[in-house]
Design a protein around this ligand. Structure first.
Ligand SMILES: [Zn+2]
Length: 298
C-alpha cells in the first residue's frame, strides 16, 4: 500500500494533484464501462450502441445525463428507475466500478515513473492499449455470461487491435522494435489458439461432446495478440484450471449436470487470466520456474 501511494506522490511530488489525476482516471474507466454496459445489452440483440439514447428497458423512459452518471446515479436512485420504479440490476454499478478499478490499476502500474521503471521495457504508452484490452475483456465476459457466446467483434476485433497496437507500441510485447512487437503478437495469437483448441479437442473426446466453443479459441488469440506468446500460454493453463475448478464446484453443488460443461461460460475465466497476466504475469512465471527448479534441485 505504501508502495502504491508512493507512485502517486512520485508523479509530481504533490500527492493532492496525483490523487486528483487518479480520481479522473477512475471516473474515465467507469464512464467507459458505463458505455460497455450498453454494448453488453445491445450488441447480442443486434441493436445500435449509439441510438436511441439510454432508456429504461422496462418503461422506455429516456434517462437524462444527470441520472446516467456511473455508479453515483445508481446509488442515489437506490437501484430503481426514476420514472417507473423498476429495479435496475446491481451489475450496472459493479461493472462500472470494475472498469474504474482496472483503468486506474493500469495507470498506476505503467504511467508512473516508479511503475514502469520496474519493467525494463515498460512505457506509459502501453496504458491506452491496456485500457482497450480490458474494455474488450469486460464486454466479452458479460456477453458470454448472459448469452453463452463471444461476439466476433470482440474476439477477432481484439486480434486485429492487439496486432496493430503491438506494432505501434512494441513495449506491449516487452520489445522496442515495431516488427518484433508485431511478430510476437502474431506468434502469441497463433500459439495460444492452437493450444486451447488442443485442450478443447482432448476434453471433447473425454466428455464425448463439444467441451468448448470456438469463441473461446478466438478470445485466447486476442489475448495472445495483445500480450504475446507467454501470456497466451498462461491464459490457456490458468484459465482452464480456474474454469475446470469452477465446473467441479458447480457440479458438486448440483448447479451443473455431468457433461454439462457447455452450460458454464468459459470466456470469463480466460478473461480473468488475461487481466492477471497484465499485472502479475512475468513475476508469476518467475515464481513458478523458481518453484519447479527448487523441486528438481538435490
Ligand atoms: Zn423505467
Amino acid at each position: 500500500m505504501a508502495e502504491f501511494a508512493s507512485y502517486f506522490a512520485g508523479f509530481t511530488g504533490d500527492p493532492a494533484f496525483s490523487a486528483l489525476v487518479c480520481a479522473w482516471v477512475f471516473m474515465f474507466g467507469a464512464c467507459v464501462a458505463s458505455f460497455l454496459n450498453v454494448c453488453i445489452w445491445r450488441l447480442p440483440r443486434g441493436e445500435s450502441v449509439s441510438r436511441p439514447a439510454s432508456h429504461c428497458p422496462r418503461c422506455n423512459a429516456p434517462i437524462p445525463w444527470y441520472l446516467n452518471i456511473p455508479i453515483l446515479s445508481w446509488l442515489v436512485l437506490r437501484g430503481r428507475c426514476a420514472a417507473c420504479g423498476g429495479r435496475i440490476s446491481i451489475r450496472y454499478p459493479l461493472v462500472e466500478t470494475l472498469g474504474g478499478v482496472l483503468f486506474l490499476a493500469a495507470w498506476a502500474k505503467y504511467a508512473f515513473p516508479a511503475g514502469f521503471a520496474m519493467d525494463p521495457a515498460g512505457s506509459p504508452a502501453v496504458v491506452p492499449a491496456l485500457w482497450l484490452a480490458f474494455s474488450g475483456l469486460i464486454l466479452g465476459t458479460f456477453v458470454d455470461i448472459d448469452h453463452m457466446y463471444l461476439p466476433d467483434r470482440v474476439t477477432l476485433g481484439g486480434v486485429a487491435a492487439g496486432f496493430a497496437l503491438s506494432c505501434a507500441v512494441p513495449e506491449l510485447q516487452h520489445e522496442t522494435l515495431w516488427w518484433r512487437g508485431g511478430m510476437f503478437s502474431a506468434i502469441g495469437a497463433v500459439s495460444g489458439s492452437v493450444a486451447l483448441w488442443a485442450v478443447g479437442f482432448v476434453f471433447s473426446k473425454i466428455l464425448k461432446r463439444d467441451a468448448m466453443g470456438f469463441g473461446d479459441v478466438k478470445l485466447v488469440a486476442a489475448a495472445g495478440a495483445f500480450f504475446g506468446p507467454m501470456a497466451s500460454f498462461f491464459v490457456v493453463v490458468a484459465g482452464s484450471m480456474a474454469g475446470g475448478l469452477a465446473g467441479i464446484v458447480l457440479l458438486a453443488a448440483g448447479k451443473a449436470r455431468i457433461g454439462g460443461f457447455r452450460e458454464i461460460p468459459f470466456g470469463p475465466y480466460l478473461a480473468a487470466a488475461a487481466v492477471a497476466w497484465a499485472f502479475w504475469g512475468p513475476p508469476l512465471v518467475d515464481a513458478y520456474v523458481d518453484f519447479a527448479l527448487s523441486l528438481s534441485a538435490p
